[in-house]
Design a protein around this ligand. Structure first.
Ligand SMILES: CC(C)(COP(=O)(O)OP(=O)(O)OC[C@H]1O[C@@H](n2cnc3c(N)ncnc32)[C@H](O)[C@@H]1O)[C@@H](O)C(=O)NCCC(=O)NCCS
Ligand SMILES: Nc1ncnc2c1ncn2[C@@H]1O[C@H](COP(=O)(O)OP(=O)(O)OP(=O)(O)O)[C@@H](O)[C@H]1O
Length: 204
């Protein structure tokens, strides 16, 4: 008899290292559904959220190449909670639906486990119980702010504004089934992931 597919969510705050974890899992051959990628794809040129952005935000929020102007949107939604709700209605809700469909597709393909990267799992009101496990990536705010400023060229003020919209690592620690501390080196991060894969009998 074929065993049921397990689903493991990977969550964590901005700049915690979710992508570093999922890149490593993919390198090891595990399937990963990345909701951040979905969010970026749907707001890229020709993306399925573009008509919605055009309708509810206006032409000024679309770049000449047809993609969503992320900087312009960021400057609105992180200052205006109502507009954040409007954005989320046209993006996050679609992502939640598409993620469910993608999980079902992996199930029919017979995958033993599928990892699902969901930055805003706990923020979206879920307690994670729809997944067989939730692995939360953590690192101090200071470390995360520095990493995101270096990666994206955002100001410290903007990174802290984004951080304030997310749950704290205390909440993640309480709700997750496993923690992946990423305050150290990438080698240390990988060895923690290996440990969890072994613990969950996903590698020998
Ligand atoms: C607000 C937007 C335009 C900012 O774009 P930007 O390029 O600056 O950031 P990016 O998408 O790469 O995300 C960076 C970090 O911000 C976090 N973040 C994204 N949206 C939110 C939000 N609504 N509240 C808090 N944090 C958020 C992400 O978790 C990530 O850690 C963009 O994040 C967006 O379209 N958000 C709404 C849809 C979405 O991404 N939902 C995620 C579903 S899991
Ligand atoms: N252990 C580490 N040591 C040094 N740099 C790291 C480490 N882990 C991640 N980074 C770097 O920090 C930045 C943030 O990491 P990453 O993109 O994996 O985080 P994320 O959680 O996916 O971020 P976001 O939520 O913003 O999408 C990246 O530039 C990454 O290369």
């Amino acid at each position: 008899m074929r065993r049921a597919m397990r689903t493991i969510a990977i969550t964590g705050g901005i700049g915690s290292g979710k992508t570093a974890v999922t890149d490593y899992l993919e390198e090891k051959g595990f399937p990963v559904i990345d909701t951040d990628c979905m969010a970026h794809a749907m707001t890229a040129p020709g993306g399925k959220a573009i008509p919605y952005i055009r309708k509810y935000f206006g032409e000024d929020f679309i770049l000449p190449d047809g993609s969503m102007d992320r900087e312009a949107i960021r400057n609105v939604v992180y200052h205006n909670p109502e507009m954040m709700k409007v954005l989320e209605k046209g993006t996050t809700e679609v992502i939640v639906r598409d993620t469910k469909a993608e999980i079902e597709r992996m199930r029919t393909l017979g995958a033993p486990v599928t990892f699902v990267a969901i930055p805003l799992l706990f923020e979206s009101g879920s307690d994670g119980s729809e997944y067989d496990g939730v692995w939360a990536v953590t690192a101090s705010e200071e470390v995360r702010v520095k990493r995101v400023m270096a990666r994206d060229g955002l100001t410290e003020e903007m990174v802290r504004r984004i951080l304030k919209k997310q749950v704290s690592d205390e909440v993640r620690r309480e709700k997750a089934s496993e923690l992946i501390d990423n305050s150290g080196t990438l080698a240390e991060l990988r060895s923690r992931v290996d440990f969890l894969l072994r613990k969950n009998h996903l590698i020998s």
